[in-house]
Structure formats: structure tokens, C-alpha cells
Design a protein around this ligand. Structure first.
Ligand code: PLP
Ligand code: ZN
Length: 408
């Protein structure tokens, strides 16, 4: 049984039953899932969680899914790696990488989609759909394949070819839209009005949001039930960032960890950094931008949860950091060279952002810091193709010894 009791508007507090709903009917603000925390606290303990499966479903009591027979690709409990090599380079003594490259479709989106697709099934939809910068489309397509549901996934036409293969292999209906992600999103809002589909990040967005909380839960559990001093994570719509925070807050509310004192830092690519710009201007208003960056997966110019992400960054005593495309690529290379993790460019943004946050004295060397790597690199490998610099030899030892300068 789930402890979810309904939906509640984040702005005006209006309550709704659990249903597909994008925004509050009264004030058009995002709605979120509300729980009976009093009942939840009786049912949930560190032991009850630890005795669950090594997937996000170990936290099922904290999620809004009713079914016991969930559609599951095995998402969750990805490694939290102590990153001593990278930490040494950056000047951090207690750095960890949460490696969410290692999910079924190679990005953290599987967490959010696992929850949303199960809700879609519970609500009786037979088609699921999404607006995506690429990763979400792959995850929705894979979950729909497993669930035996029809999928329509909409992406901007400039999505990297490798990502389109990673989507199409699951045989969804792939729609490429001539325009930016924000154009795709606008189109999907109209499609969602006309067709009775479960749009993962539109009318199912409150449930989709809940899946990302599991990143916060896992990190705290993997750290021996404690919250880190600092979190560094990427932001596109800003939703993931707010949900890591919500996950930590809920564990504290359930008395599974001490009160949270984590400084939350979000990172964006300079060419698509409306949240960072608002943070730096000391403003609460996010001015939409037209994205211009190679970091396409987080290129959202008009972030739906930007305001809430900004509030988390400010209220937690964290901040917001942008990095340019060259810095992001350097970040990708540094992570791979030091920790053996091939992240996509969004991960490069996190590592390069972390480097700047340390250099500017915002994150200190003794703070327990977790950098969230949320998507894998191999599908977008064109952007680092210059790393291929082999030593060319004839197929004999003499040639190898000469060219490689290796004495016998
Ligand atoms: C790899 C990766 N990281 C982070 C994000 C950010 O997600 P959000 O829109 O929740 O801020 C995305 C979004 O598409 C993504 O693909
Ligand atoms: Zn409202």
C-alpha cells in the first residue's frame, strides 16, 4: 500500500485526488504528491528499507505507486564511489560520485520514469508519451516496451544521432520536432490536451518527479544514513535538483537521518543557464533564454521548476554555477581519466562546476561532497572524439619498440 494521499498545489495549497494532473487548476502552479507521513513513519525503518530489493523499489513505501507487481527494469542502487583521484586533483578530501550512468537506459531518468509508467498503468492509459532532450525518450521507450504499452516520444531534431539510436531500438513512435526543447514542450502541451495519453512529464509530472527523490534516499543510505555536506547536480528544468533535496528532507522527517544541513549547488551550461543567471542577479524571476550549448541534455531555456530549484539553492546555503562548453568537455575528460567514469556532457558540467566551486572557496576541502553524474557518455561520444590518439605501429615488435619508445 502506498501512503500517498493526494496531490497538492505547491503555491496555493489546493488539494486534489491522485489523478493525472499537470498544474493547479486555480493558479497554474506545479502540483506535487502529498503523503500521510504520520502513518509512513510507523511503517518505515532503516531495516525495512535495507531488507528490500537492490532497486528503487526498496523505497516503495515512500513512493506513490500502489501496485505490488510493478514494471521494473532494475533501476536503482547505483554505485556511490569514493572519488579519491578526482578529489586529489580538485582539492577535496571527501568527494563521492553518484554514478547514475549505470541504470537500464544509462541516465537517472529511469528512476522518474519507473514511477510514472507504473502510475500510467494504474490510471489505465495504454499510451505513454514525453517531451525530451533525449534521455527521457530512451527511458520512456524502454519502459513502454517492458510494459507492453504504446509510446510516443518527442525530441528536438538536433538531438545527437547516437541518442536517437538509443531511443529507437525500443521501437517507440519517435517524433523529431524542428525546434528547441522548449518548442517540443509547447507542442506536447497541445498534444496532451487533444489525446488521452499519459504524458510522463506533463499530466504525470507529479509522479515522475517523485522517482527522482530516490537519488537523495540512496546517497544518504549509502553514506551510512547521513546527508552530505554538499551536493553538486545538473539542472535543466530544475526538477531533479529539487527532488534530491526533497528526498533528503523526507528521510530526516522520518527520523532516518539527522536534520539536513546540506548545501545544494546546481550547475548549468553557460549557453543555457537561466537559473544560474537569476541566482547571480539575486532575482527570484527566471528569464527564459534560447539555448546555445553542446550540452543538449540539459539545454532547457524555460525551466518549469527553475524557481523552486533557485529557492533550494538559496535556502540550503548552496548556490548555482555555470561552465562553458570547453570547460564541460574538460570536466568529462577529467572524470574519465581519474575515476574511470565516462559521463555525458551534463556530467562534465557537474565536474567543471565543482572545480569552480572549490576554486572560489565555496566548497571546502573537508566537506563531504557528492557530485551527481546523471547520464552516460558513450551515446554522445562525438563531442570528445579528439581523445582518440593511438600510437600507430607495424605488426611486429621492432616497430612497436621504435615507435612507442619501449626498450626491451
Ligand atoms: C543527463 C541529465 N542530467 C540532468 C538532467 C536534468 O533534469 P531536470 O530537468 O530534472 O533538471 C537531465 C534532463 O534531461 C539529463 O538528461
Ligand atoms: Zn494553486
Amino acid at each position: 500500500m502506498s501512503f500517498a494521499t493526494g496531490l497538492r498545489c505547491r503555491k496555493c495549497g489546493q488539494e486534489y485526488p491522485l489523478q493525472p494532473l499537470k498544474v493547479c487548476d486555480f493558479c497554474l502552479s506545479p502540483v506535487e504528491v502529498n503523503y500521510d507521513y504520520k502513518a509512513m513513519i510507523q511503517a518505515v525503518s532503516r531495516q525495512s528499507i535495507a531488507s528490500g530489493p537492490a532497486t528503487i523499489w526498496r523505497y516503495r513505501d515512500l513512493l506513490p505507486v500502489e501496485t505490488k507487481d510493478e514494471i521494473d527494469l532494475g533501476t536503482g542502487m547505483t554505485p556511490l564511489v569514493k572519488a579519491d583521484n578526482l578529489g586529489w586533483k580538485l582539492g577535496l578530501e571527501r568527494l563521492y560520485i553518484k554514478n547514475d550512468c549505470l541504470t537500464p537506459t544509462y541516465s537517472f531518468k529511469d528512476r522518474a520514469v519507473a514511477v510514472a509508467v507504473n502510475k500510467a498503468k494504474e490510471f489505465g492509459f495504454n499510451t505513454v508519451a514525453c517531451a525530451s532532450t533525449g534521455n527521457l525518450a530512451a527511458s520512456v521507450a524502454a519502459h513502454a516496451a517492458k510494459a507492453g504499452m504504446r509510446a510516443y516520444v518527442f525530441v528536438p531534431s538536433n538531438v545527437e544521432p547516437g541518442k536517437l539510436v538509443g531511443v529507437s531500438i525500443y521501437k517507440p513512435n519517435l517524433v523529431t520536432v524542428e525546434g528547441s526543447y522548449d518548442d517540443v514542450n509547447r507542442l506536447c502541451a497541445e498534444v496532451a490536451q487533444k489525446y488521452n495519453w499519459g504524458f510522463i512529464n506533463i499530466n504525470l509530472r507529479p509522479y515522475y518527479a517523485e522517482g527522482s527523490k530516490t537519488l537523495g534516499y540512496e546517497v544518504a543510505e549509502q553514506l551510512g544514513w547521513q546527508s552530505p555536506d554538499c551536493v553538486v547536480a545538473p539542472a535543466a528544468s530544475g526538477l531533479l535538483f529539487t527532488r534530491i533535496w526533497k528526498g533528503l528532507q523526507e528521510l530526516s522527517m522520518l527520523k532516518l537521518i539527522e536534520p539536513v544541513n546540506t548545501h545544494m549547488y546546481l550547475t548549468q551550461a553557460t549557453g543555457s543557464s537561466p537559473i544560474v543567471k537569476a541566482y547571480e542577479a539575486g532575482s527570484l524571476h527566471i528569464h527564459p533564454v534560447t539555448p546555445n550549448t553542446i550540452v543538449t541534455s540539459i539545454a532547457i531555456g524555460n525551466p518549469a521548476d527553475g524557481y523552486y530549484a533557485l529557492m533550494v539553492a538559496r535556502q540550503s546555503g548552496g548556490g548555482a554555477q555555470d561552465v562553458n562548453d570547453e570547460e564541460a568537455i574538460e570536466g568529462m575528460k577529467l572524470l574519465a581519466e581519474t575515476e574511470g567514469i565516462f559521463a555525458e556532457a551534463a556530467g562534465g558540467v557537474v565536474i567543471a562546476g565543482l572545480r569552480k566551486l572549490v576554486q572560489s572557496g565555496k566548497i571546502h576541502k573537508d566537506q563531504l561532497t557528492v557530485a551527481f553524474i546523471t547520464g552516460a557518455g558513450p551515446r554522445t561520444q562525438e563531442i570528445v572524439s579528439d581523445v582518440v590518439q593511438p600510437v600507430k605501429v607495424e605488426p611486429n615488435l621492432k616497430s612497436f619498440s621504435e615507435v612507442a619508445g619501449v626498450g626491451v
